[in-house]
Design a protein around this ligand. Structure first.
Ligand code: URA
Length: 195
């Protein structure tokens, strides 16, 4: 399994399938527990993530950590990645063609991790994972099941930093994630590496 991860990360690093490779500092493949039951998926790396090569390490990552911690999740018992592995210039929304060439890497991550729950953070992740016409304000917090994989969309933490009034709804979504974990028999303690 380790070989498969190393091979995937090498291919992402060597990827020249879209223009984003010209402006990135680092690729940001993903991080966390490769056997996690829960995967969090954002849009694309920002400046700090591009600099460090790790997802959600800037301000929105700190908020994500807080929200995950509130339901006993952390970077050791989850897997965190983005739809797009390279930073779009000036953090613009990724183009559909960029998502198209990058999605195979994400799909491979899902095949390797085999999560039971995927949380789409924000409209872009929700659009590519759940419904191409999704309206995040209306459809966040609603569970969708596909082939035994449970998916939910919630607001992106960077949106919550801009509009604090939406935090209440995001907390409700995290409580719903906690309940779904319980329903599926997922105990955060059990999804750490110490099994
Ligand atoms: N926003 C994202 O969608 N992903 C990151 O990794 C950081 C900020």
């Amino acid at each position: 399994m380790e070989d498969k991860w190393a091979d995937l990360f090498e291919r992402i690093d060597a990827c020249r399938n879209c223009e984003l490779c010209k402006t990135r500092i680092n690729t940001v493949p993903g991080m966390g527990n490769p056997e996690a039951d829960i995967m969090f998926v954002g849009e694309a790396p920002g400046a700090e993530e591009d600099y460090q090569g790790r997802p959600f390490v800037g301000a929105s990552g700190q908020l994500l950590d807080q929200m995950m911690n509130s339901i006993h999740l952390n970077r050791e018992n989850t897997y965190i990645t983005n739809i797009i592995k390279c930073r779009p210039p000036r953090n613009r929304t990724p183009l559909p063609e960029e998502a198209q060439v990058c999605m195979p890497y994400f799909r491979e991550q899902v095949r390797l991790v085999r999560p039971k729950i995927i949380v789409a953070l924000g409209a872009t992740a929700a659009k590519y994972l759940i419904d191409s016409n999704i309206a995040i304000t209306k459809q966040r917090g609603i569970w969708v099941e596909r082939k035994g994989l449970h998916m939910i969309a919630t607001f992106h933490p960077s949106y919550l930093l801009r509009d604090q009034s939406q935090k209440r709804l995001a907390w409700a979504d995290f409580k719903s994630i906690r309940d779904k974990m319980k329903e599926l028999g997922i105990s955060p303690e059990r999804s750490t590496d110490d099994e």
